[in-house]
Every structure is written in structure tokens, then in C-alpha cells.
Design a protein around this ligand. Structure first.
Ligand code: SAH
Ligand code: SF4
Ligand code: F3S
Length: 485
């Protein structure tokens, strides 16, 4: 049960329970989005409520990403801006604490402390449950007159942060939620910092995940995206003396009443087992969308990246997936300009893209990351070549994405309405294939639905049947057919 070990989540004394505000800025992947929510949760019992700006914050947390150089540099510019805010507050006799969390913190903690004296706390991705204690110690030291009190915690502790999740009974926050089930990575692709910043692979026990999913559904969540850096390598304790695979876990979660949609990300091609492939055929709540990064279409580069599969093996996995679920939409990540990538290697990537035809994809220029094997290769690709390849790859991916969206025209599909659209009477949601869909649910005159008896916001958080009437490169437009839940 969560909450039993939640000592750090309870206020220790009255002084720490006074009302304060925390502003959390999140960079990077969805796991950071999940972690940011959990940091807000652990701070709540200590009197911290969330705010959307640094101006009125007593504590600012930057939850950082180290995946590419630009991502990390953004953090330092943000700290520069925050320092001005902090100084202005200090002039008014007020404190503002700055904490840096996440993957830059893990990778460069001590260096950051040196480079940016405005930082009060640095905490790695595995220690956010200790945040209240860190904060308390910084506060105590400051009250004691030590203005330079600073805390660094980038351990990989034996107790896991997941054991300290508070029982969160808060109100509806959205129909779609993230749930981290696996963290860390043992694969060591030669370009990637994740195994260093997130540590070794760890899978949460099935019972804990089911428990957290139930609580989310009780709060109105209809769709859960299971997160992990290697989510399909999941092998959590099944409570029966064995381990469950991701396919097995999805089957368990499917039993939860009210949980309409299950997604998972990010998967590695090598860990796509038959049970998971079958889940796409047999389990209706398992959505027909899969992010399966390949990075490159060249065997030579795949090998140099230490991806441990060939392009043919990747095609075979996709074939099996499409046999199981013919309408499966695929997505991928690509890196262009990996050290040693020739024109031919890049052509192989374009060829792979033409064969697979992705519904959407992310692509990046290779960015040398300190401490990774590829960063010291002497075959670095010039910047202009990288830019040219990226533009060509993205043009092709965009073409396919538009084709995929246009194929939706005239079709009916289920859309989970998640937020208000730009126009009155319009809500924004996602199709089963993760496309953004703008849906007109109201008649424009009175902002009631077509039947004239329901304010359009009543559809928020609901699954509806929609007919697609327009398709663009990045989104679809649909008309409401009927409500589904
Ligand atoms: N676990 C996932 C990827 C996590 S990182 C997987 O195995 O595919 C997200 C994406 O960032 C990667 O898929 C990769 O495309 C990109 N990326 C990681 N390191 C990078 C680097 N050094 N330069 C450019 N892109 C990088
Ligand atoms: Fe990084 Fe590779 Fe692990 Fe993905 S599988 S997180 S790219 S090391
Ligand atoms: Fe970035 Fe760390 Fe996620 S490096 S992509 S925040 S795992």
C-alpha cells in the first residue's frame, strides 16, 4: 500500500505546513512530466501548492533533461533568469529556493553547483521523495544564518522513490495520465546518456502499478500511458513468485472498469515479445499505436550504435505487429549524422522510412554527450551535413504523416476529449492513433450540444464517436456523432 511508508510526505511540524507555492518547470521526456507531478504530490502535505509562474513561487524546481546539448543549455539560461527573480525577492526580505532535479542534475550536479551559485538544491531523478527533507535542511540552515547552505543528492538509493508515493485523492486533473512502470536502462546505446542519468533498469511490482492505475481511474482518468525508458523490457514482480511481462501487465490493467485506453512508451525493437504483440490483437483497450524507435536504417550504424538488431529484424517485428493489428500506427525516433554515417547509410534510413511509413516520428541531429562512447569518435559528421540530412528526412516523414492523416478523412473514430480547443464549442482530443482531433461538440449559438441540452464542457474527459471532416499535417477536425461514456 502506498502511504504506509510515506513519512517524508507528512509535515513534521506546524511551521513547515504554512501555505507556500512551488513552480515546477519540466523539460525532456514524459517520465519527467510524471516525476514533476510526483514532486508536487510529495510537497503538498508540507504546505506547498502549485503555481504556474516563478514570480509568486517560494520554491522553483527545474526538472531537467540531458539528452541533447541544447536541452541541457536551456537549463542554464533559465537559472540566469531565475537568479534575477531570486535577488529581487531577497531585496524584499523574501526567500526563493531554486532546486534543479532530473537528468542534468544527475549528470552534472557538482559542476552545476559551481557554475550557478543561485542553485540551492540539486537532486537526481531517483531522490525526489527526499525533497521535503532537503528543503527542510536548507530552510533550517538558512534560518540559522548560513545563507550559503546548499544540498546535493544524486544518489541511487536502495529505497525506491516509488515506495513514497503519497495517496493522492485530489480532484480530476485530466482524462489522460502517465504512469511510470519501469525506469532506467541497461542497453547502453553508444550515443545515449540515459543509462548514466536514470541508472539500472528497475520494474515496479504489478500490484503497485494496478493500485496506482485504479486510483487514477477513480479520479476520472480514462487513458493511461505506461512509461519506461525501456517499457517493453518490463519484468515486474507478479505477486505469485514470478515476473510479469508488459503484455501480462496490460491484461491485468485491462480488467479495471473505466480504464478505456492503455498506451505504453518507449519500446525497444529487441524487447517486442509475442505476448505484447498479441495484446494488440486481443486486448481492446491496448491502443493501435506504437512508438518503436529505430534510430537508423543502416546495419553498419545500428551496430555502431549498439542497438543489437539489424534492419531486417526490425522489419520482421513490424510485420508481426501488423499481422496482429493491421491498423497499427507506428512512430519512431531517428538520429542523423551519427559518427561515421555516410551518404549511403543515410539513404538506407530514408529507404527504411519509405518501407515502414510512419504515422509520425521524431528526428534529431546527433549530439555528442559527455561520457558516451560515440562522443569521442573521430568520425564526427559536419554540422551542415547533419542539417541537410535532417531536413531531407523530416520532409519525407512529414509527407507520410500527412498521408496517414488524410487517410482518416470520412472515417468514424473514438476520440478522448482532453482539453478546450481554440474556438468556442470545440474540444481537443486524441484519436486511437494518437492524432490530435479538434471536435465541434456545441452548436455555436448557445454552446450547447446538438441536442441543445448539454453544455459542451460536459464532454470534457469523455470518449466520443467522431466523424473526421478535415485532415492537416498535424491534426484532424471532426464532428460529434455520439458520446460513448
Ligand atoms: N529508450 C528510447 C530512447 C530514449 S531517448 C530508445 O531506446 O529508443 C529519446 C530519443 O532521443 C532517442 O530515441 C534518440 O533518438 C534521441 N537521442 C538520444 N541521445 C541522443 C543524442 N546523443 N543525440 C541526438 N539524439 C539523441
Ligand atoms: Fe538510451 Fe538506448 Fe537505453 Fe534507449 S535503449 S534509453 S536510446 S541507451
Ligand atoms: Fe531527458 Fe532524462 Fe528523459 S535525459 S529524455 S529527461 S530520461
Amino acid at each position: 500500500m502506498y502511504g504506509q511508508k510515506s513519512e517524508p510526505a507528512r509535515p513534521r511540524d506546524r511551521s513547515s505546513a504554512v501555505s507556500k507555492k512551488v513552480f515546477i518547470k519540466t523539460y525532456g521526456c514524459q517520465m519527467n512530466v510524471y516525476d514533476s507531478k510526483r514532486m508536487a504530490d510529495v510537497l503538498k502535505p508540507h504546505g506547498y501548492s502549485s503555481t504556474e509562474s516563478a514570480e509568486d513561487a517560494d520554491l522553483v524546481i527545474l526538472n531537467t533533461c540531458h539528452i541533447r546539448e541544447k536541452a541541457a543549455e536551456k537549463v542554464y539560461s533559465e537559472i540566469g533568469r531565475l537568479r534575477a527573480e531570486k535577488d529581487a525577492k531577497a531585496a524584499d526580505g523574501k526567500n526563493m529556493y531554486i532546486a534543479v532535479a532530473g537528468c542534468v542534475a544527475q549528470a552534472e550536479g557538482p559542476e552545476m553547483m559551481k557554475r550557478a551559485p543561485a542553485i540551492d538544491m540539486v537532486l537526481g531523478p531517483q531522490t525526489y521523495h527526499r525533497l521535503p527533507d532537503m528543503l527542510k535542511s536548507a530552510e533550517e540552515q538558512r534560518t540559522g544564518g548560513r545563507m550559503s547552505a546548499r544540498v546535493l543528492d544524486t544518489e541511487f538509493p536502495v529505497d525506491t522513490k516509488f515506495d513514497y508515493l503519497p495517496t493522492d485523492e485530489s480532484a480530476f486533473e485530466g482524462a489522460a495520465a502517465f504512469l511510470t512502470i519501469q525506469e532506467g536502462c541497461d542497453k547502453f546505446c553508444t550515443f545515449c546518456v540515459v543509462p548514466y542519468t536514470r541508472g539500472a533498469e528497475y520494474s515496479r511490482p504489478v500490484a503497485d502499478i494496478v493500485d496506482e492505475a485504479r486510483r487514477l481511474v477513480a479520479r476520472g482518468v480514462v487513458e493511461i500511458t505506461l512509461l519506461g525508458q525501456n517499457v517493453n523490457a518490463f519484468h515486474g514482480d507478479d505477486g505469485k513468485g514470478g515476473t510479469a511481462t508488459l503484455g501480462g501487465l496490460i491484461a491485468e490493467l485491462d480488467k479495471i472498469d473505466g480504464l478505456g485506453r492503455i498506451r505504453y512508451t518507449t519500446s525497444h525493437p529487441r524487447d517486442m515479445d509475442q505476448e505484447l504483440i498479441d495484446a494488440h490483437r486481443n486486448i481492446a483497450s491496448c491502443m493501435p499505436y506504437l512508438h518503436l524507435p529505430v534510430q537508423s536504417g543502416s546495419d553498419r550504424i545500428l551496430d555502431a550504435m549498439n542497438r543489437k538488431h539489424t534492419r531486417e529484424e526490425y522489419f520482421r517485428v513490424i510485420e508481426r505487429l501488423r499481422e496482429s493489428r493491421p491498423d497499427l500506427a507506428l512512430s519512431s525516433d531517428f538520429i542523423v549524422g551519427f559518427p561515421g554515417e555516410t551518404d549511403q547509410d543515410f539513404e538506407d534510413t530514408l529507404d527504411l522510412v519509405r518501407r515502414v511509413k510512419y504515422a509520425q516520428a521524431y528526428s534529431f541531429k546527433y549530439s555528442p554527450r559527455p561520457g558516451t562512447p560515440a562522443s569521442v569518435s573521430e568520425e564526427q559528421v559536419p554540422e551542415d551535413v547533419k542539417s541537410d540530412r535532417l531536413a531531407r528526412l523530416q520532409a519525407l516523414l512529414n509527407e507520410h504523416q500527412l498521408e496517414f492523416n488524410e487517410a482518416s478523412l470520412g472515417k468514424e473514430m473514438d476520440v478522448l476529449l482532453e482539453r478546450e480547443g481554440k474556438r468556442e464549442g470545440q474540444l481537443l482530443g486524441r484519436s486511437p492513433y494518437l492524432q490530435s482531433v479538434h471536435v465541434n461538440v456545441a452548436n455555436a449559438d448557445n454552446a450547447l450540444d446538438a441536442a441543445g441540452d448539454k453544455p459542451y464542457t460536459d464532454y470534457m474527459g469523455k470518449l466520443v464517436r467522431v466523424r473526421i471532416v478535415e485532415a492537416g499535417p498535424h491534426s484532424l477536425k471532426g464532428e460529434l456523432v455520439r458520446a460513448l461514456n
